[in-house]
Design a protein around this ligand. Structure first.
Ligand code: C2E
Ligand code: MG
Ligand code: MG
Ligand code: MG
Length: 286
């Protein structure tokens, strides 16, 4: 009869974990061909001015249309791409697409929209990142002021490579947002010295804004902190009118979430931005 050991002695051999690892290896192999094979798609989730509901920009979110598995979530393949290093290629692909789309929204509607692009920790270690971003903006013809890069707190805190990289990009006018703010480990004193412009309030706090949990208090604290540090705030994952109203009351200016729009295809995003401006703006012709 098998002896019963401490639960943790079995943890290393859990079949689920081994499957997961083997699966990640398979995904990693397929991922090498994803960019060249045209299997990546970028969706754009509008970000709106909470006071008016009008769009001011969009976040680029990558999708992988795997030939056998169908759509694979970035939550599943970005960590794999980080490990194999192919994230460098994926990141530049998304950036290039995003910059071109941002320009097309502007050309088609006359609105002054920006695009926000996620940058993973490994990309921030790439010594070519600054030159690559500037070259991409240049090729697309997009002003650096129209680009926001989203990074995580843990990727930049105390990092001797990431911080000067972000400083250099900001010197050119690119803005930097901390994604999922409030979920990383925060040293508030350190935050005052980070090269950042925007705090993105994590979806978990917004989800808990109205209920009995601490979401409301944490959200309010983040908004006040941002005001003191002269940073912008963007609330993620707004799903209801009540959450939007509460965020407005607390002084948050910008938000995104299913209540306003889901991540949209390139064509739908263009239509969305054009419609949003149709009644007020004169299109830029160039
Ligand atoms: P994130 O940057 O925090 O992006 C927000 C996620 O929340 C997106 O998931 C978005 O579709 C989802 N979302 C937006 N509004 C709502 C809402 O109202 N309710 C709920 N429940 N969810 C909402 P998605 O697209 O699956 O992306 C997941 C994560 O994958 C992103 O989190 C980001 O960390 C990463 N990611 C996505 N695209 C890229 C990329 O191009 N590069 C890198 N490095 N990471 C990416
Ligand atoms: Mg993001
Ligand atoms: Mg986020
Ligand atoms: Mg998030």
């Amino acid at each position: 009869q098998a002896k019963r050991g401490a639960p943790q002695s079995f943890a290393l051999y859990e079949p689920g974990m081994l499957d997961r690892r083997r699966d990640d290896d398979l995904l990693g192999r397929d991922l090498d061909n994803a960019v060249a094979g045209g299997q990546l798609e970028v969706r754009y989730q509008p970000m709106v001015d909470l006071a008016t509901g009008r769009p001011i920009g969009a976040e680029a979110l990558v999708r992988w249309r795997h030939p056998v598995r169908g759509m694979v979530s970035p939550l599943d393949f970005i960590p794999v791409a980080e490990r194999t290093g192919v994230i460098a290629e994926i990141g530049l692909y998304v950036l290039e697409q995003a910059c071109h789309q941002a320009l097309s929204w502007r050309r088609a509607s006359g609105g002054d929209f920006y695009v926000s692009v996620n940058v993973s920790p490994r990309q921030l270690q790439d010594p070519d990142l600054v030159a690559d971003v500037l070259a991409t903006l240049d090729r697309a013809g997009l002003a650096p002021q129209r680009l926001v890069l989203e990074v995580t707190e843990s990727a930049i805190v105390d990092d001797q490579v990431a911080i000067p990289t972000l400083q250099a990009l900001r010197a050119h006018g690119v803005r930097v947002a901390i994604d999922d703010f409030g979920t990383g480990y925060s040293s508030l004193q350190y935050l005052t010295r980070l090269p950042i412009d925007i705090l993105k309030i994590d979806r978990s706090f917004v989800a808990d804004l109205i209920g009995t949990g601490h979401g409301g208090a944490v959200t309010e604290a983040i908004i006040r902190l941002a005001q003191v540090l002269d940073l912008g705030t963007v609330a993620e994952g707004i799903e209801t009118p009540a959450q939007a109203a509460e965020l407005r009351r607390l002084g948050c200016r910008t938000g995104q979430g299913y209540h306003y729009a889901k991540p949209l295809t390139t064509a739908d995003a263009l239509a969305y931005f054009m419609t949003s401006q149709a009644d007020t703006a004169v299109p830029v012709r160039s």
